[in-house]
Design a protein around this ligand. Structure first.
Ligand code: ADP
Ligand code: ASP
Ligand code: MG
Length: 409
């Protein structure tokens, strides 16, 4: 029998009413003859609320205890959905990540799934039950509860779908698919009916939170057919697919993403000698801080200026580390800012077209938006700008590349 994995996000299970609506939707698939495995998020706002409780109790809580706390949000919704399904006369069972045997590494708060032993899940399916699994959580080999990073239920769903070789992994959310930009920011954004894994991965890792980037990575690697749909209205949503399967002509630009999770640090007046970049960056990576963009520019009198970006959570720590290094290497000054955003344009069509970058930069310049850092790859162009220009930049780029006219594929 065909099996589908359905994941419902926070808004979709945000109240008892909505949980009852999810129960009906799940049952409708069961009635069509599918085996259904459901993966749930916590009620919307719950994970933030639990995080704030932790911060009020201890400014720097241990990550193990944070995971213990945050994982409770998903346990509430899975139990309630099992009750709602039961109430409608169908058989369901809820399982925590540990009960579903989702084995992860031990990096609390950003754990990676290593393996899923699906025996328990399969046994319940064989008994005709709808299996409901807590998203966002797993456990390490010592049995410690771990979480997979914000938005991690998407990754739980795809990993479970891969393990069960589901015919589709459906991500039900509060928008009816993937758009050319965040539809809450760019009102005339267009819904895409298909998008390649490659482009979706780029958009997700550059900040489109409609899918957690690791879930797309997983889906691409294990060839899981992935679809984003609305939990509130009927429709086909957006299918994430391989490039070969896309038949329509590729548009130049597929979409725009934005990320507020950016902070910039600059070391000014660094003596220009071989090995200086590694002297600056090694202590940062030793502290497990991820560096994103790096720019080295020519300064005055045999010195250079070195700029890089990190996540906002790592900003203070990185600034302290870099200030120490600056003294050691006799650099002039360190400065930084975390009121910046990264806005990116993404499209595989860029590979075969020149001049996209200059079009993007001149459109931003016309709006008086100053670009602080640029980085490019074959299929994306990212700029760091001041946070106050975030929405304007997204709309400007959307208009410049006429994404409102993107053909519905
Ligand atoms: P869930 O709680 O269901 O996981 P999220 O809030 O994590 O939902 O993700 C859905 C949100 O992603 C949408 O409400 C939308 O504002 C945002 N979003 C950002 N970029 C896009 C995009 N390109 N297409 C669709 N939604 C996007
Ligand atoms: N509840 C978690 C979060 O808010 C996981 C998820 O929703 O995917 O990040
Ligand atoms: Mg999400």
């Amino acid at each position: 029998m065909a099996l589908v994995v359905q994941k419902y996000g926070g808004t979709s299970v945000g109240s008892i009413e909505r949980i009852k609506a999810v129960a009906k939707k799940v049952i409708s698939y069961k009635k069509k003859g599918y085996d259904v495995v459901v993966v749930l998020s916590a009620m919307s706002g719950q994970t933030n609320y639990l995080t704030s409780l932790a911060k009020q109790t201890n400014k720097n809580p241990k990550k193990r205890e944070l995971d213990m706390l945050l994982s409770t949000g998903e346990q509430v919704t899975i139990a309630l959905l099992a009750m709602a399904i039961d109430d409608l006369g169908y058989s369901a069972i809820s399982l925590t990540g540990k009960q579903a045997n989702i084995l992860t590494d031990n990096s609390h708060s950003k754990a990676r799934i290593i393996k899923i032993d699906n025996t328990t899940i399969k046994n319940h399916i064989l008994q005709g039950k709808i299996v409901i699994i807590a998203g966002f959580q797993g456990c390490d080999k010592k049995g410690e509860i771990t979480t997979l990073g914000r938005g991690g239920s998407d990754t739980s769903a795809v990993a479970i779908a891969a393990s069960l070789q589901a015919s589709e992994c459906q991500i039900y959310t509060d928008v009816d698919g993937v758009y050319t930009a965040d539809p809450r920011v760019v009102k005339n954004a267009t819904k895409l009916s298909v998008i390649t894994f490659e482009e979706m991965l780029e958009l997700a890792s550059l900040g489109s939170k409609v899918l957690q980037s690791r879930s797309v990575e997983f889906a691409g690697k294990y060839k899981v057919p992935l679809r984003v749909l609305s939990s509130f209205e009927e429709g086909q949503g957006t299918l994430i697919t391989t490039e070969e399967q896309q038949t329509m002509e590729q548009p130049l630009i597929t979409g725009i993403a934005s990320s507020k999770d950016e902070a910039q640090l600059t070391v000014q007046g660094v003596p220009d000698q071989p090995g200086i970049a590694s002297k600056i960056l090694k202590p940062i990576s030793d502290a497990d801080i991820e560096v994103d963009m790096i720019v080295q520019s020519v300064g005055e009198k045999n010195t250079t200026d070195f700029t890089f970006t990190v996540r906002t959570d790592d900003y203070e720590n990185a600034k302290n580390i870099i200030s120490k290094t600056a003294k050691e290497i006799k650099a002039h000054k360190v400065y930084g800012q975390n009121n910046i955003v990264k806005v990116s344009i993404v499209g595989v069509g860029m590979r075969s077209h020149a001049g996209i970058a200059s079009r993007a930069f001149s459109a931003l310049a016309k709006e008086g938006i100053n670009i602080l850092v640029i980085s490019t790859s074959e299929i994306k162009i990212s700029v760091i700008i001041e946070q106050k220009y975030n929405e304007l930049a997204q709309r400007t780029l959307h208009n410049t590349f006429e994404l409102d006219k993107t053909k519905k594929q």
